[in-house]
Each structure stands twice: as structure tokens, then as C-alpha cells.
Write a protein that binds this ligand. Structure first.
Ligand SMILES: [Zn+2]
Length: 512
């Protein structure tokens, strides 16, 4: 029997640190639910001391998740560790993840500490965390640029102090597969007590080697890998969960290791994260890109038709792609809809399901076949916080190439209604101006992207928007078979997120 690799997912912490990425609390909770159904082992839910928002999301994830370990990051400081513990208290299986840098470059320029002081701080932090929580992970930040002898000392001290997991991050994406293999091998030989704890790796993709380095470490005996969905994360990102997991599965002959991940849920999870952060998956992305299973050349097509194995090393079904062909239509009832949701791995409260069903009926009136992709998009657009804030009640837009565009918009919020009209340079400009009059904000549009969900003339359009104003920026998404309506929804979604973000930070200032 080959041994399981522990999958530690940090989409909600490191992934959320990727530039331009911001998730609301309910979106984070939704991703956590999906990660749990994907059967990852550990969910790192945030960096509790970093912001009020992070703290609250870790709490929300702790309440939601029953099976996975929930981790919160903390620097090697009592206040960080206390806050991490506070955020994790309600988790069934909490883990405090504390870290300190071990490379000379970080010691001299960032921490301004000697090696002796860092060694002391690491031990003290782990003991402090251990007094609160049984499960403690210790990371030696920038491990791959640290003096290996010092790294051995620090990891040994962490284990002596009670760490249950020690992590060897390639924080800046600097190492190479062979070098990392050698380092992990050396640590396994030389760190006292390392056989009693999980040995973890965490790789960044600055040189495009995150997945390769992670897999090299697994070959060298690492027992936990830290990954993110779609490889999102700081700078060039982290090792992609779907790539690491499918490499282990497809090349089990070579790695002789398995993991608990339900690979048939990979595609939907990747799609959900991509939708929620407003970044499409590149077509040539390994495993989940639109082209990953598309055979273009005639020779390849011929081969695949004769026998799939000629050019296909894994099947689309293995990542859950085939189920996308099942469709619902106008006459599908509540029962079929619920069954489809359950099949897709969605578990949501009744009220949300009712709201989603209403949206589905509305869509089925406008679109003949509602595919799984449509449902995914629609569900990510029906979360509770999509309803708080301003709502689009009605719009009338006149446009043409011989008349100026004019828009008349009616919005509501908490029972009140407003209506405004404006003209502008094109329909969206006119509509945005009318909405700004109601909202009373002057906003800059930074980015506006439209893509279609699925195929065909009746496909739904998804608009992703980025707005900026008053020192805040926010992303918004909107979905409709009418792309003008999708644009208006996206704009309001961004406005609502901006307003809720604002009140959150104000709240934080008041509390601290
Ligand atoms: Zn990282």
C-alpha cells in the first residue's frame, strides 16, 4: 500500500494574496465547502492578525468545515498566535501555523535578528502555540535560501518544542527540483525527531517550477504538500493543486503515493475559484484549461478516435469534465434541479436553493439548454451577499449609431427606490452615469471584460469589472443572457462589494 500525501490547501490564504484578488466572506465559506467536498486534508483559511476580514473568514470557515483541519497563519509573536487561536477556537480540528524566516538575507534586512535569536523565537513561538492548540505547524520562511545547517537546527528546535508539522517553504520560488530533492533528503537524515512529524513543502512559481519542485520533494519523502487551486498566489503563484494531484494519480507507477482528493470534483472547484476571483482559466492551463483535452491535429484526432490512450494520459471524466454534457431545460422541475445540484456537489440552505431555482427558471426561459457550466455560473451569482446593497430593479436604454445613448435606471436598497437618467458615450457609459447619480459616488472603471459561458448564440454573458474610487478598488461580476444587463449587474456587484469592504475596515478601525 502506498502512503497518502497530505494535501494542505492555501487558496484562501496564499491564494487570496494574489494581486487583485479579493473574496468576500461568503465566497470564502463557499470555497471552503468545495475544498472539503474535494477532500483536501487541511484548509488554511487566512492570516488572522492581518485584518478583521481575515479573522472573520477563518471563524466562518471553522464553523462550516467538519472534516478538514483548519489552519490560521501567525508570525512567531504572542499577539499573532493568540489572534490565530481566537479565530480557530470553534474549529473541530484547529491548527496554528506559525513561521519565522531562517535565511540570512531575511535575518539581516527584515527581522534584524541574530541566528541565536531566531532559534530562540522559533522554539518559544511553537511552545506558546502548543499550549493553546495540539496541532502546530512551523514554517521556516525562505528555507531554500537558508544555511542548511541552521535550518536543521531550527526545525529540530521546533519539533522539540512540540510542532506536529514542519514546513520547508521555497518562499521566493528559487530552488530547482534536484536541489530541493537533496535538501529534503538531507533534512530527513539530519533533523532530530523528523520521523515523528509531517514534513511539508510549499513552493512558489517564480521560475515556473512550483509543481516540479513539489513533486521532487514528494519523491524525497515529503509527506505534506501545500498547494492552491489554479496555482493562484503571491506573485507568479503557488504549486497548483490540480496539477500535483493529477501527476500523483497519473504517475502512481513512479511516485507510489496517493491522496484523498476526489479528482472528479477538480474541474468544478477550479472553475468556481476562477469565477469568484474574476480571472478566467487560461485555455492552455494544464489539467483544467479549455484546451487540456482538445485534440486539434488530424493525426492526434485519428489516434484518439482509434484508441484514447494514444494521446490521452488521463481522461476528462477523471477531473469531472464529462458531466458537463448533462443539461436541464425549461421543463425541468425543482426535483431535477435539486438532484443536479447534489450531483454537482452543492449543498446549500433551502432559501438559497429557492432563489437559485428562480434564477434558473428565468434563465431556462431565455436559453434552451442549461448546462452544468451555466449552473455553476448562476450559482456563484446567487449567493446571499449578492442581494445585500443596491439591486437593479429596471433599466431602459436607447442606443444607436445616429443618436446619443441614454439610460434610465431604477435601483433599490433596503426597501427604498431611486430612479435616474443620463446620457453618455455608448450604452454602458450612460448606464454607469445614471447609477453613479443614485449612488452618489464618482467611480473610475479600470477593467471591463466580457466572456461567454458555454457556446451558442443564447449563451450567457459573464461580465467582470474592476472599479476604483475614494482610495478603494473592487471587482464585480454579473451574469445574464443579455450582456448589457450582465454589465449593469457586474457594476452593482462591484459597488456593493466596495461599500461592504469600506464599512468592514471602518469597523476594524473602531475596534482596534
Ligand atoms: Zn507562500
Amino acid at each position: 500500500m502506498s502512503e497518502n500525501v497530505i494535501i494542505f490547501d492555501t487558496t484562501l490564504r496564499d491564494g487570496e494574496q494574489s494581486p487583485g484578488c479579493s473574496l468576500t466572506l461568503s465566497e470564502k465559506r463557499e470555497i471552503a465547502v468545495r475544498l472539503e467536498s474535494l477532500k483536501v486534508d487541511v484548509i488554511e483559511a487566512g492570516f488572522a492578525v492581518a485584518s478583521r476580514g481575515d479573522f472573520e473568514s477563518i471563524q466562518a470557515v471553522s464553523d462550516q468545515v467538519t472534516d478538514c483541519v483548519v489552519a490560521s497563519l501567525a508570525r512567531a509573536l504572542p499577539r499573532d498566535i493568540d489572534t490565530a487561536w481566537e479565530s480557530l477556537r470553534r474549529a473541530r480540528r484547529p491548527r496554528i501555523h506559525t513561521f519565522i524566516a531562517t535565511s540570512d538575507i531575511h535575518l539581516v534586512h527584515k527581522l534584524k535578528k541574530s541566528r541565536a535569536e531566531v532559534l530562540e523565537s522559533a522554539g518559544r513561538a511553537v511552545r506558546y502555540a502548543k499550549a493553546l492548540c495540539e496541532d502546530v505547524e512551523f514554517s521556516a520562511e525562505d528555507a531554500t535560501r537558508s544555511d542548511p545547517d541552521f535550518l536543521i537546527q531550527v526545525l529540530g528546535e521546533a519539533i522539540r518544542s512540540g510542532a506536529t508539522v514542519v514546513n520547508v517553504p521555497d518562499t521566493v520560488g528559487y530552488t530547482t527540483p534536484q536541489e530541493y530533492f537533496d535538501l529534503i533528503t538531507r533534512l530527513r537524515e539530519r533533523v532530530p525527531g523528523i520521523e515523528r512529524v509531517a514534513l511539508s513543502v510549499h513552493c512558489h512559481n517564480d521560475l515556473g517550477l512550483a509543481v516540479a519542485n513539489t513533486l521532487a520533494a514528494v519523491r524525497a519523502g515529503a509527506t505534506q504538500v501545500e498547494t492552491t487551486i489554479n496555482g493562484i498566489g503571491e506573485r507568479a503563484g503557488n504549486a497548483a493543486l490540480e496539477e500535483v494531484v493529477m501527476a500523483l494519480r497519473t504517475r502512481r507507477d513512479f511516485f507510489d503515493r496517493t491522496c484523498r482528493v476526489e479528482t472528479a470534483r477538480i474541474f468544478r472547484t477550479c472553475k468556481l475559484v476562477s469565477t469568484l476571483i474574476g480571472r478566467p482559466i487560461p485555455a492552455n492551463k494544464a489539467i483544467v484549461g479549455a484546451n487540456a483535452f482538445a485534440h486539434e491535429s488530424g493525426i492526434h484526432q485519428h489516434g484518439v478516435l482509434a484508441d484514447k490512450r494514444t494521446y490521452e494520459i488521463m481522461t476528462p471524466e477523471s477531473i469531472g469534465l464529462a458531466q458537463n454534457t448533462l443539461v436541464l431545460g425549461k421543463h425541468s422541475g425543482r426535483h431535477a434541479f435539486d438532484a443536479r445540484l447534489a450531483e454537482m456537489g452543492y449543498a446549500m440552505p433551502e432559501e438559497e436553493r429557492v432563489r437559485a431555482f428562480e434564477r434558473f427558471k428565468d434563465l431556462a426561459d431565455r436559453k434552451k439548454n442549461v448546462t452544468a457550466l451555466d449552473l455553476e455560473a448562476l450559482l456563484s451569482d446567487t449567493r446571499p451577499d449578492a442581494d445585500s446593497g443596491y439591486k437593479l430593479e429596471r433599466f431602459i436604454i436607447h442606443n444607436g449609431n445616429t443618436i446619443p445613448a441614454t439610460a434610465n435606471i431604477r435601483l433599490s436598497r433596503a426597501g427604498e427606490e431611486w430612479e435616474e437618467a443620463a446620457s453618455g458615450d455608448g450604452p454602458m457609459d450612460a448606464a454607469f452615469k445614471a447609477m453613479e447619480k443614485i449612488i452618489g459616488l464618482s467611480l473610475e472603471l479600470e477593467d471591463y471584460a466580457v466572456h461567454s459561458v458555454g457556446e451558442g448564440r443564447d449563451a450567457q454573458g459573464e461580465v467582470v469589472i474592476k472599479i476604483r474610487g475614494g482610495g478603494y478598488a473592487a471587482m464585480g461580476r454579473g451574469l445574464s443572457t443579455d450582456i448589457v444587463e450582465a454589465g449593469l449587474r457586474a457594476y452593482l456587484n462591484a459597488v456593493n462589494r466596495m461599500l461592504s469592504g469600506k464599512s468592514l475596515s471602518e469597523e476594524f478601525r473602531a475596534a482596534s
